[in-house]
Design a protein. Structure first.
Length: 713
């Protein structure tokens, strides 16, 4: 059952031949009915026959493949989740199991003698002459008639109602359409990926190369090969809502749109898409991480684009990393997996270095476009004016760029106006009542918001601590505040802010990208959503307002992440004939991340990162799992965390750190403690975790969440 249960339930098979494993069945569950999957077809129940309830009905849907069932079991075992919780992700469209609702349309009837045939009626008859029933709207549009004409024809017996199965037909992408002529290095890379995709065997290949080097065109060739061999291809993108340009390119290359899978699909599209995938009628699907659990009958290729992105990690419910699970699903499916990135994760780089993954690299930008020149602005030497955030060198560079009629971008990875609000009278800082977090001022919306739990309140008239009236001041910048400064500096420039709260949804993102491409915008101000794979041909300057932002905090991967993000941002500058420039404002110009961004030497930076992590057996040179203990009462969380600490596993190559307050010590009103289990790479953490959790009693109001391979800590 798709429920968080440790085990499967047993039911008596219906009369007749038993439904094969993988069949979807309707069964009684308590007082209701629910849909489950026949996990194995064995007659091995521990319950006496008399106590078994019977399957109500075997549903008319393609059974879940053995591969997908093994994948569900594998993910459950790896993440220590109940198999039913993982199964639920694979049944994310239960309505898909109902037969598709028929929709009324029209078909040709045997024309009675003497019926009047007007020209309008003639057009309808001609349209329906091929015998295929069509929807009323479709006929009205194609034949240029009103619905009244159709009703009249039905009364005259010329046409009759007909049922139409409504299911999206994903027009098959055509692999035979010619792609662009590939450069020699692209060609070599494409040959390698084509060979991998055509082999019907598991392989993983890391595809690297700077932004603009043509990686997408190269993996399109692997998709073409997969289509030619009649198998399906899945492409995972970190932020499907921001993928309008990607979809446009896919359509241009293959002459048809791929199927889409993400959280914003309507229930009906979700159901139809799920069903089309199960029936093998969606040759290429592009989706968010949850698409990994779709019922592809014969998956031949999985591409994970921007494989380093943390958006692939799911942190709620079943905690899993879609990049890693993509490799697993490819292995179980005997498929090829391609991980693509300009700034690959140290995990993947290490796997490529040890030969576990194949690798292929595109050394230069397509067409010889130069990489942007990166310079550091030392904020200690060139500070902005008081109360401002843009330094004189950056102001000058933006001014020059705009004067030349080119586009500039200011990047700051922070939504809102100011990340903190402080009382000038008493020093009190406004905090979220539910989380260990400052309230972020959103001035345009006149709200103070918590970016962790969604709490929002009106800005206070007086300090909530000392009561001083109108005493609060914003501290630090968010994109809204940068916009305010930019408006004062360049009042003539046409400005656009791109942040997840100002650009809501794929249509808005596509419209923004089009406005930038069509030069309706001079100055773009954005958070990390501008970093993602956009192609802005007229953008020649990128200014990073606070390059040090991601380096604070004790995260193991802070440097790696900051490098990846800023490198991606820098890659937006100067992609065509105009060379690009990037200015990074920093208080730490000597930091390895800043130096690597200036030199562009990704390999040296990754090598240094590896050497920093190897001695302590930090990932990827060791394994890590986190236990997050949370409860509404601090004492309860603390007690369980301490019990876990006392029961911690030990031994050679095994270490437990904590308990300590979790990075967000209070989140949504729950107090959180964390313990980290760190082991050598050759030791599996799952058996240790299972035995550990079994040794500690956890009361019902305390939650212990397991996070194998945690990413943000
Ligand atoms: P990446 O995925 O590495 O960032 P892309 O595949 O997006 O690179 O390529 C960057 C730009 O260069 C895109 O506009 C793409 O259409 C173009 N491009 C890449 N390869 C070719 C090619 N062989 N011929 C023509 N245009 C190409
Ligand atoms: Zn909060």
């Amino acid at each position: 059952m798709p429920l968080p249960l440790a085990d499967a339930y047993d039911y008596r098979a219906p009369a007749g031949p038993p439904p094969p494993a993988g069949s979807f069945v309707l069964v009684p569950l308590g007082t209701r009915r629910a849909i489950g999957v026949v996990w194995d077809g064995e007659a091995d129940s521990r319950l006496p026959e008399s106590r078994l309830r019977a399957v109500i009905e075997v549903l008319d849907a393609p059974p879940m493949t053995a591969t997908l069932r093994r994948f569900v079991d594998w993910v459950a075992a790896y993440t220590l989740s109940p198999p039913g919780a993982v199964l639920r992700m694979a049944m994310s469209a239960p309505a898909a199991l109902e037969p598709p609702a028929p929709q009324a349309g029209w078909r040709l009837a045997s024309a009675p003698e003497g019926a009047r045939i007007t020209p309008a009626r003639r057009r309808v008859l001609d349209l329906l002459a091929d015998g295929r029933p069509r929807a009323g709207g479709e006929i009205a549009e194609a034949a240029g008639v009103t619905p009244a004409v159709l009703r009249g024809m039905a009364e005259a017996g010329l046409i009759a109602p007909a049922l139409l199965p409504h299911r999206p037909r994903f027009a098959p992408p055509d692999p035979a359409r010619p792609g662009p002529a590939l450069g020699p290095e692209q060609q070599a890379a494409a040959d390698l990926l084509r060979e991998a995709a055509g082999r019907r065997a598991f392989s993983t290949t890391l595809l690297t190369g700077v932004t603009g080097s043509g990686k997408t065109e190269v993996y399109f060739e692997a998709i073409a090969e997969t289509l030619r061999s009649g198998r399906q291809a899945l492409v995972l993108l970190p932020e499907i809502a921001l993928s309008a340009q990607w979809l446009e390119r896919f359509r241009a290359r293959f002459g048809a749109a791929p199927a889409l899978w993400h959280s914003e699909l309507t229930a009906r599209t979700r159901r139809d898409t799920w069903r089309a995938v199960a029936e093998g009628q969606a040759p290429v699907l592009v989706g968010a991480r949850s698409a990994l659990f779709l019922p592809f009958p014969d998956l031949g290729l999985i591409v994970v684009d921007e494989e380093h992105e943390t958006a692939f990690k799911q942190e709620e419910g079943v905690v899993y990393h879609a990049r890693d699970m993509a490799v697993v699903r490819a292995r179980l499916s005997e498929a090829a997996c391609v991980l693509a990135s300009a700034t690959p994760s140290l995990e993947s780089v290490t796997n490529a270095a040890t030969g576990r993954y194949a690798s292929v690299h595109l050394p230069a930008r397509h067409g010889g476009a130069a990489m942007p020149q990166v310079t550091l602005v030392d904020l200690r030497r060139s500070p902005p004016e008081r109360g401002r955030f843009l330094s004189p060198p950056l102001v000058a560079a933006v001014g020059e760029t705009l004067a030349r009629g080119e586009q500039a971008m200011l990047f700051l990875n922070r939504r809102g106006y100011a990340p903190m609000t402080l009382c000038r009278a008493c020093g009190h800082r406004l905090r979220c009542p539910n989380c260990t977090a400052w309230l972020v001022e959103h001035r345009a919306a006149r709200r103070l918001q918590c970016h962790h739990c969604g709490h929002a309140e009106a800005p206070p008239e007086a300090c909530p601590s000392c009561g001083a009236p109108h005493s609060t001041v914003p501290i630090g910048p968010g994109v809204e505040r940068v916009l305010e400064e930019a408006s004062a500096l360049w009042p003539e420039a046409r400005r656009l802010v791109m942040a997840s709260d100002t650009i809501a949804g794929p249509a808005a993102a596509a419209a923004a990208a089009a406005a930038i491409r069509d030069r309706e915008v001079d100055l773009l101000i954005g958070t990390q959503i501008v970093a993602k794979g956009w192609h802005f041909p007229h953008l020649t300057l990128v200014g990073v307002v606070d390059a040090d932002l991601g380096l604070a905090g004790g995260d193991l991967r802070a440097a790696e992440r900051t490098f990846q993000l800023l490198h991606q941002v820098a890659g937006r500058a100067g992609r065509e004939e105009h060379p690009g420039r990037v200015l990074l404002q920093t208080f730490a110009p000597e930091h390895a991340v800043m130096q690597a961004l200036v030199s562009g030497d990704l390999d040296a930076f990754m090598a240094a990162e590896a050497e920093a992590r190897r001695p302590g057996h930090w990932p990827p040179f060791g394994r890590l799992a986190a236990l997050i203990v949370s409860a509404e009462e601090d004492r309860a969380a603390d007690r369980v965390a301490r019990d876990l600490g006392l029961a911690a596993p030990g031994g050679e190559g095994v270490e437990v750190l904590g308990p300590a307050p979790a990075p967000l010590a209070i989140l949504r009103g729950r107090h959180r403690r964390r313990l980290l289990l760190k082991t050598r790479r050759d030791i599996a953490v799952q058996p240790l975790l299972r035995a550990w959790l079994a040794r500690v009693e956890v009361p019902g109001h305390v939650r212990v969440q397991v996070d194998v391979d945690p990413v943000g800590f």
